[in-house]
Design a binder for this molecule. Structure first.
Ligand code: RAM
Length: 363
């Protein structure tokens, strides 16, 4: 409460100071996007707040998780783990969100969470820009904003909890598929939505990797979008194979996409002929690994992502950190983490799953 009041006072002071100097009175009628960014304590505004690394985690913090969509099994695992973590440190958490991963589907939820005066909003952004304005307004009101899984623009949140290095994920998937295909043949990508920050970042690194000489005989023919919708992803896979019957490989960097693509392939003449790799959960992919449709895929531990995000939000809301590079905080049983450049905190390295290790994982 103290923090929020202080933040409100700073907002008022900043606006007043600007208004005495500014000629353009239109800029002085309320909290503008710019003033929100300055006061938000984010990467750009972190300097205005001071971190107290010894501050204890506050009790009774209220956290809200806003996933890409509520019916995505992966996001569910992340959010439930984050909510359980909040209970560990005496806070409460909840999950709210849209049933589709459309670009602006999260905006009304953010506005409601701001009205409810949550202490922190954790968001897996469906679009980097659509959610930016409302998130800045949340920060201007003293609410901490943590992006996880899929980032928004860096001025629109204090932290981004990334599951693994984006470059490592993108390049790694191409390297893995390249080895499976002996670096030859046409390949396609089956992604989530066209605006998803995480998938688009990974795809840009995939394209970079494909420029290297060892991939000269591997050609990316199409990036298709299944919108993280099971049926659409299934149909897009079918469409890819109709359009490119000589397709040799598919990378699906989404748990929804890879599961739908595997289901399509497992029942088709392409099973065992088209190599499918990407990001999936062991529980959704087990059948397809056992029946020979998929030899290998990757992911990180989504429970740990939610757990880390929850502790990071609590550290922000308790004043232990502000989101500035180099700050450290302890994420419960996961240990100590350091805030990197642009407020990014990286969970760890992805794990590669295959028939030899899949049964040792249960998520
Ligand atoms: C889907 C979502 C999510 C992504 C995972 C790998 O569940 O698109 O954002 O991180 O796949």
């Amino acid at each position: 409460m103290m923090l929020r009041t202080a933040a409100r006072r700073r907002t008022a002071a900043t606006v007043a100071a600007v208004c005495t100097l500014a000629v353009a009175l239109t800029a002085c009628s309320g909290t503008t996007k710019d003033s929100a960014a300055k006061d938000s304590g984010n990467a750009g505004g972190a300097a205005t707040a001071k971190a107290d690394p010894d501050a204890p985690l506050k009790k009774g913090l209220k956290l809200a998780f806003l996933p890409k969509q509520v019916n995505n099994p992966y996001e569910k695992i992340v959010d439930e783990a984050g909510i359980a973590a909040a209970e560990e440190y005496g806070g409460t958490g909840k999950e709210v969100g849209p049933s589709d991963a459309g670009a602006s589907s999260q905006v009304s939820y953010i506005n409601t969470l701001v009205q409810q005066r949550q202490d922190a909003i954790l968001i897996a952004a469906n679009d980097p820009n659509a959610v930016c304005g409302p998130l800045r307004q949340a920060m201007a009101k003293g609410i901490k904003v943590v992006a996880y899984d899929s980032d928004t623009a860096k001025d629109c949140r204090q932290l981004f909890i990334n599951q693994a290095g984006s470059e490592e994920i993108g390049r790694g998937l191409v390297r893995n598929l390249g080895k499976q295909l002996n670096h030859r043949g046409k390949i396609a990508i089956l992604s989530a939505t066209q605006n998803a920050t995480n998938q688009n970042t990974w795809i840009s690194f995939m394209k970079e990797e494909l420029k290297l000489p060892e991939y000269r005989d591997m050609k990316l023919v199409k990036v298709a979008y299944g919108d993280d919708d099971d049926q659409k992803s299934f149909q897009q896979t079918q469409g890819l194979l109709q359009a490119y019957p000589d397709l040799k490989g598919i990378i699906s960097p989404t748990t929804v996409g890879i599961a739908a693509a595997a289901r399509y392939l497992s029942d088709s003449a392409y099973r065992g002929k088209v190599v499918l790799n990407g990001l999936g959960t062991p529980n959704q992919m087990r059948t397809y690994v056992k029946d020979g449709t998929v030899a290998q895929f990757s992911l990180w531990n989504p429970e740990e992502l939610g757990y880390l995000g929850s502790y990071a939000a609590a550290a922000l809301a308790s004043g232990q950190i502000t989101g500035a590079e180099g700050e450290r905080f302890t994420a419960g049983r996961l240990g100590e983490y350091t805030v990197g450049k642009d407020g990014e905190v990286i969970l760890g390295k992805p794990t590669v799953f295959d028939k030899n290790n899949i049964d040792t994982f249960d998520f």
